[in-house]
Design a protein around this ligand. Structure first.
Ligand SMILES: Cc1ncc(COP(=O)(O)O)c(C=O)c1O
Length: 430
């Protein structure tokens, strides 16, 4: 398939809309993010490479923060750090006044290393260990979310007097998203259903040690419809009146041309309207977005290693499911482009380097005249890609580069073969 220059330009425009705000084509047709030429970033830092547009991250944080505080002043936006557990990202968000959701000791360690105020940290987890709870209370974590009765037992033993807690309610709301990232339906492993939640509430209320601030609810991730969020707020109200409600995250990001998630403001409208209808007017609200705060600020760069022409044509790159598990785990669709020939071209199978046929980054994506050595960019990879990077086939986890105003700085270095072997104790060859 080949298009004329006007059609290519139209396709390029549509594609650039998936990249961070401010992404544009240079006079010679090269794609720029944060003012940096992507081809030059690939040259300087190597590939695969996670590129983050710093201004876009900041803008997104401000947008969530302002949207919530304008509609519900007694509130806080908490970044679900699992979406991009990188100290530089957390530090930037802390500077914008966000709090942090950490799921376990590792994410807490990252948050503390980033210098965030522990009082703004919310500790989650359906299987928190005693060590993790001890670490959290010793660090002065502001809020612990109780997911089960064993959390109450452990906190009664470990927590200092006056430890603030929320109880995670399982509201029996099933959003329309991939099953693996749906968490609000009956039968989910997360939270406590009505009877158990009421028992935990009664128990914590009589605790001399724990202070029950309120309830938490989170129904899942990559949710494109707003209606289930309103239902979850109504459901949580049935458990009584509390001072604090953490309404979770889950609002979806736009990965493809077809997807139309709600705007940030629309999502906050739905939550706060439901809160006005069902929750006490003086309650403190928290929301916990992860994906939507970071997804579109990130771009992954790969270098094409080989093009196998035929039916179909395979364009293989030097990364894959080692740096992006979203495709294999949830069937997430992405788009992609060659960075200096944006728009147009014939559909190809963009595949990774790993030893599985399922290692297919994008199926049927149009790339214009792909050649070995080309740099390919995949937009909307800021969420959960860095998170789930792994060493499959000995892949070295990619670095993270922040770009702003034409300058690029490395905030996470590339893994090395020495890193790969660093934990190996046997055989005694090292
Ligand atoms: C408790 C909790 N809060 C918030 C989030 C963030 O969800 P998302 O990244 O979809 O906004 C998650 C992730 O699923 C979660 O488990």
């Amino acid at each position: 398939m080949s298009y004329g220059p006007a059609a290519n330009a139209a396709i390029a425009k549509q594609l650039i809309e998936l990249f961070p705000d401010g992404a544009e084509l240079d006079a010679d047709g090269q794609l720029l993010v944060g003012g940096c030429r992507l081809s030059e970033l690939a040259e300087s830092f190597g590939t695969p490479l996670y590129v983050v547009d710093e201004r876009s991250l900041r803008d997104r944080a401000q947008r969530f923060r302002d949207a919530l505080s304008e509609r519900w002043p007694n509130s806080r936006v908490v970044f679900a750090s699992k979406a991009f557990p990188c100290a530089a990202v957390l530090r930037l968000f802390a500077g914008e006044g966000l709090g942090f959701d950490v799921a376990g000791g590792g994410e807490l360690a990252i948050a503390l290393a980033a210098g965030v105020d522990p009082a703004t940290v919310v500790l989650h987890g359906n299987a928190k260990t005693e060590d993790e709870l001890r670490m959290a209370v010793e660090a002065g974590v502001g809020t612990v979310v109780i997911d089960n009765h064993d959390d109450v037992d452990r906190l009664e033993r470990l927590a200092p007097d006056g430890q603030h807690v929320l109880i995670r309610y399982l509201p029996d709301v099933r959003p329309d998203t991939h099953e693996a990232i749906s968490t609000g339906q009956a039968g989910s492993k997360f939270g406590l259903a009505r009877g158990d939640a009421l028992a935990a509430i009664a128990r914590v209320r009589t605790s001399g040690r724990l202070v029950l601030d309120g309830l938490h609810v989170h129904i899942g991730s990559q949710i494109l419809d707003t209606e289930p969020f309103a239902r979850a707020v109504a459901a949580v109200a049935e458990l009584g009146k509390f001072d604090v409600y953490d309404l979770g995250g889950g609002v979806g990001a736009r990965y493809t041309y077809a997807e139309r998630p709600p705007t940030v403001e629309r999502w906050i409208d739905v939550l706060t309207e439901a809160a006005r209808a069902h929750l006490p007017a003086d309650a403190r609200l928290m929301v916990e977005p992860g994906r939507r705060l970071v997804a579109r600020s990130g771009v992954t760069l790969y270098r094409v290693t080989t093009v196998k022409r035929g039916e179909p044509t395979f364009v293989a790159v030097d990364g894959g499911m080692g740096d992006n598990l979203d495709v294999a785990l949830y069937g997430q669709r992405f788009e992609a482009t060659v960075v200096d020939r944006v728009g147009g071209g014939a559909p190809v199978e963009l595949v990774g380097r790993h030893c599985e046929s399922g290692d297919r980054l994008v199926s049927g994506v149009a790339l214009r005249d792909p050649q070995p050595g080309d740099v390919v960019a995949m937009p909307v990879t800021g969420a959960y890609c860095y998170t789930m990077a792994n060493n499959y086939n000995g892949a070295l986890r990619p670095p993270v580069v922040f770009c702003a105003g034409g300058d690029a700085r490395l905030v996470v270095r590339r893994e090395t073969h020495a890193d790969l072997l660093a934990r190996t104790l046997e055989p005694q060859l090292l």
